[in-house]
Design a protein around this ligand. Structure first.
Ligand SMILES: [Cu+2]
Length: 128
């Protein structure tokens, strides 16, 4: 490779790098996000075990369950009561970024006794 050609290659890499950096700083508009969870036997389909949204998205969670339960999103401290064979919805704005465990609790369970086993899913709120 000639030195002129090498210089041209380095220059185009630098331009690509600057463009990539510029693209990553462009703010992403907040979206309305509908997440539909179908819980059967306290479990979700594997594809639904990581729920990803962006900071400031307006999130609506629609939860259908085969048994009565309380859905608890840790860290955001959100709870949704769902009846057996029913569905319920809640909406919130994803203000905090992070990875939040989503757990299922029995309705009326003692607060100290109800945290055991792996989370149902994780809600990941990505920075903009
Ligand atoms: Cu919990």
């Amino acid at each position: 490779m000639t030195s002129r050609r090498a210089l041209r290659l380095i220059a185009s890499c630098l331009v690509a790098g600057v463009l990539a950096a510029a693209a990553s700083t462009v703010p992403v508009a907040a979206e309305d996000r509908l997440l539909v969870l179908d819980i059967a036997r306290n479990s979700l389909a594997p594809a639904m075990r990581t729920l990803r949204v962006r900071k400031d998205d307006a999130v609506t969670l629609e939860v259908k369950a085969d048994r009565a339960l309380v859905l608890h999103i840790h860290g955001l401290n959100l709870e949704l009561v769902v009846g057996a064979g029913a569905s319920a919805r809640m909406s919130f704005t994803a203000r905090a970024t992070g990875r939040f465990p989503v757990e299922v609790h029995a309705v009326g369970a003692d607060r100290r006794a109800r945290h055991h086993g792996p989370p149902l899913a994780f809600l990941e709120v990505m920075p903009k």
